[in-house]
Design a protein around this ligand. Structure first.
Ligand SMILES: *Cc1c(COP(=O)(O)O)cnc(C)c1O
Length: 231
């Protein structure tokens, strides 16, 4: 346990250093970046560890696992982020613990999340996940569909439209892929206020995401180590 704690602390330190130097190079203030530690496949004990190391935001990609861990860690002041593909029949459960759902990519999901949020008496933040290469197999809407989906979220009681999320396409240069993010955010924002979140960047490409305006980095393995294959 002590050893694990040292290992996670070292991973977190290294990631925070990477973020600080990426911000310095990009002329950005590191206070504009939220590190979401993606804890999927790791035990609730690791969630406690990162919390005790000063992390306030954790991310998960499967409802069953996330719901269990959120319950086990209910005594901790943490914001839970849902970052994975979300089935409509799991939406209600997610609205019970998630502060921000990063992976909203279709109107039926908006409706289901809205019903869940209202039933839970909560307001749940939502990001429009955009597919940067049009490969919808990994989730996301095509860029042209993002503003319409944003309008649907904004009109749904119980949901709060906060911005956009993207995953860099496989085998693509993340700098080229992420270069469209500021325009995508502007398109999703329209003339609304409070739509200012860009969720992009993972362990392998967080520097590129910082260069292109990311406000939320979703980092798993660089903090917690390699995952078992199922993750
Ligand atoms: C797993 C996951 C991450 C974290 O990936 P790492 O490469 O481990 O940092 C980020 N975003 C999403 C959507 C994920 O599923």
């Amino acid at each position: 346990m002590v050893e694990r704690s040292r290992e996670v602390a070292a991973g977190l330190r290294a990631v925070r250093r990477r973020i600080a130097s990426a911000c310095a190079e990009a002329g950005r203030d590191a206070s504009g970046i939220t590190l979401v530690v993606v804890t999927k496949t790791f035990p609730a004990a690791d969630v406690r560890l990162v919390h005790d190391l000063g992390v306030g935001d954790v991310g998960e990609n499967r409802d069953q696992e996330a719901a269990r861990k959120a319950a086990e860690c209910a005594d901790l002041a943490l914001r839970w982020h849902f970052v994975g593909r979300l089935q409509t029949n799991k939406a209600r459960s997610v609205t019970r613990y998630a502060s921000l759902v990063h992976s909203v990519d279709r109107p039926e999901l908006v409706a289901a999340l809205g019903r869940g949020a209202r039933a839970a008496g909560r307001v749940v933040g939502c990001l429009v996940q955009v597919s940067l290469d049009g490969d919808l197999g990994r989730g996301g809407v095509v860029a042209d569909g993002a503003p319409g989906l944003a309008d649907t979220i904004a009109a749904e009681e119980g949901l709060d439209l906060r911005g956009v999320m993207a995953v860099a396409p496989r085998d693509a240069d993340p700098d080229r892929a992420f270069a469209v993010l500021p325009d995508l955010l502007a398109a999703v924002r329209g003339n609304r206020s409070g739509v200012d979140v860009v969720s992009a960047g993972m362990s392998g490409d967080l520097e590129a995401a910082v260069r292109h305006g990311a406000t939320h980095l979703r980092v798993g393995s660089a903090v917690l180590g390699a995952r078992a294959l199922l993750g």
